[in-house]
Design a protein around this ligand. Structure first.
Ligand code: GSH
Length: 216
């Protein structure tokens, strides 16, 4: 079955792998599913052809036969359900891994993404320092709790799962901010995930798109 995903033609993160196609590429690499990529400009994302696939005109999307999906979490979940390797077989362990997927996207990602947007778009506002402090306080609380739960474990709940995959893609956005670095076990967790061959293949593939767009 051919799988096609969409990604930025020129990612604003300059190839750092922060755009959400990265988590889909990584999941596909983990399970050994080959995929094609359709690159889109910001303009093309808002055109009817893409809006038919993604109601909000964003990336990533996922097409497989007559199935079309949007929302990176739903896409990773679909990949994890269709292939072995990203969700445990045991029903309870599987439910817990899915809980970590939701935790990554629903509990951690919102303040982390808000902070990233604030540092880009709100920097010149008179209330910027106050807003940043509030967001960083809220992120710090989440990271503290996550760090306590992870402890010395390798992954969040037993074997590496789609929960870890999503959590790491969310935490990566904090690298270099000092916030993640306050928690050595979380930094090591991210580094451990980044060392996975599947991660590296996915990272290299998205970087190659940015490099080609910049030199072409
Ligand atoms: N919740 C969505 C968010 C999708 C999203 O924000 N995509 C960004 C790239 S990471 C995008 O397409 N931005 C361009 C835009 O919104 O116009 C998901 O997880 O897939």
């Amino acid at each position: 079955m051919t799988v096609t995903i969409t990604a930025f033609e020129r990612s604003p993160d300059r190839g750092r792998g922060l755009a959400r196609d990265m988590r889909v590429r990584w999941a596909l690499e983990e399970v050994g599913q080959a995929y094609d990529v359709r690159l889109l400009s910001f303009g093309a994302m808002k055109q009817p052809a893409h809006l038919a696939l993604h109601p909000f005109g964003q990336i990533p999307t996922y097409e497989e036969g007559d199935l079309a999906l949007f929302e990176s979490g739903a896409i990773v979940f679909h990949i994890a359900e269709r292939h072995a390797g990203l969700l445990p077989d045991d029903a309870n362990a599987r439910a817990r891994a899915i809980a970590w997927m939701f935790a990554a996207l629903n509990t951690l990602e919102p303040p982390i993404f808000e902070r990233a947007l604030a540092t880009i778009f709100e920097r010149d506002e008179p209330w910027y320092a106050q807003r940043l402090r509030a967001l960083e306080d809220s992120i710090g609380k989440r990271l503290g709790a996550l760090s306590s739960r992870l402890g010395d474990a390798e992954w969040l709940d037993g074997a590496f799962s789609a929960g870890d995959l999503l959590m790491v893609t969310v935490l990566r956005r904090l690298q270099g901010s000092g916030l993640l670095e306050d928690y050595p076990n979380l930094s090591a967790y991210v580094a451990r995930a980044e060392a996975r061959p599947a991660y590296q293949r996915a990272f290299d593939a998205q970087l190659a798109v940015f490099t080609a767009a910049s030199t072409g």
